[in-house]
Design a protein around this ligand. Structure first.
Ligand code: PAF
Length: 279
């Protein structure tokens, strides 16, 4: 797998391939790859085709972490990630240094101001501004025809879709299903920080969301009641939020109906877990 770290060289590399008519598919990641990433990469390989370029970016983006969040302890197994990319048919890995991605006095940001207001945006101020800014930068540098994101980060995918539309990025967005461990726990790089006891507890999130979907299967229900059902299942978690929202606009719903999205974030120890389900 070709490794690129410097931005001018990366821009030239992709410009040349694009001029030769090669389709470029991008999987943006922060590394610490797990089965979820590998599924995105496999899908991207198919979408790129034999002649296309499958690019993975690997960058732990400081701009999307709050001052008290886990930027410094975010796992960075770069050699393992590179090996996984190689055996998964990735053509090029773009892994810039933080100092080359952001000038010391960088002062321009991409801020989506509507879909970012609730859910994770409320408890992580500035997070989506950091995500939109880095994704916009990656789009400029890599110039993908297509970019793939995971559905576990439901709000992130909706916001990127909006950014693409609002800023006219010529990029098609593909959102791939959440990959889960056997227990139902959504795969996440942060799962490696769970203690064995927390690991046993964490699958309750999926069970609670499945129970919620089951409860709304026959008839709509007050969102507050549905939240109480989920909360009851999550004793021992520190709940950040449980919300019933419209799956496209992310506007909160008072009544939970089929096709709404229930999204939640909860802490187990010092690990923050998120998940969601379409009712
Ligand atoms: O989902 C992630 O891993 C990150 O938010 C992303 C999209 C790579 C931007 O840093």
């Amino acid at each position: 797998v070709k490794m690129l770290t410097r931005i001018p060289e990366t821009v030239r590399w992709f410009r040349k391939r694009r001029a030769a008519g090669r389709r470029i598919v991008l999987v943006p990641t922060m590394g610490a790859m797990h089965a979820g990433h590998l599924r995105l990469i496999r899908r991207a390989r198919v979408l790129a085709g034999r002649r296309g370029i499958l690019a993975v970016s690997l960058f732990v983006n400081p701009a999307q972490f709050g001052p008290r969040e886990d930027f410094r302890r975010y796992p960075r197994p770069i050699r393992r990630d590179r090996a996984l990319c190689r055996i998964s048919g990735v053509d090029v890995l773009f892994a810039p240094r933080s100092s080359s991605m952001y000038a010391g006095d960088a002062s321009t940001w991409v801020d989506e101001t509507r879909l970012s207001r609730g859910l994770c945006g409320r408890s992580r101020p500035g997070h989506f501004r950091g995500v939109c800014t880095i994704v916009a930068k990656l789009f400029h540098i890599v110039t993908p025809d297509l970019a793939i994101f995971g559905r576990k980060d439901f709000q992130q995918a909706a916001i990127i879709r909006r950014m693409i539309r609002d800023l006219n990025f010529p990029v098609r967005l593909v959102v791939a299903p959440t990959v889960r461990e056997k227990t139902g726990l959504a795969c996440s790089s942060r799962n490696t920080h769970l203690t064995p006891a927390a690991n046993r507890k964490a699958p309750a999130i999926r069970q609670a969301l499945l129970e919620a979907r089951h409860a709304v299967h026959r008839r709509p229900m007050a969102a507050s009641r549905l939240r109480a059902i989920i909360r009851r299942r999550l004793r021992g978690f520190r709940i950040d939020y449980i919300e019933v929202v419209d799956a496209t606009t992310l506007e909160p719903r008072k009544t939970a109906r089929s096709r709404n999205c229930v999204a939640l974030a909860a802490h187990l120890g010092n690990v923050r877990l998120i998940d969601n389900i379409i009712l």
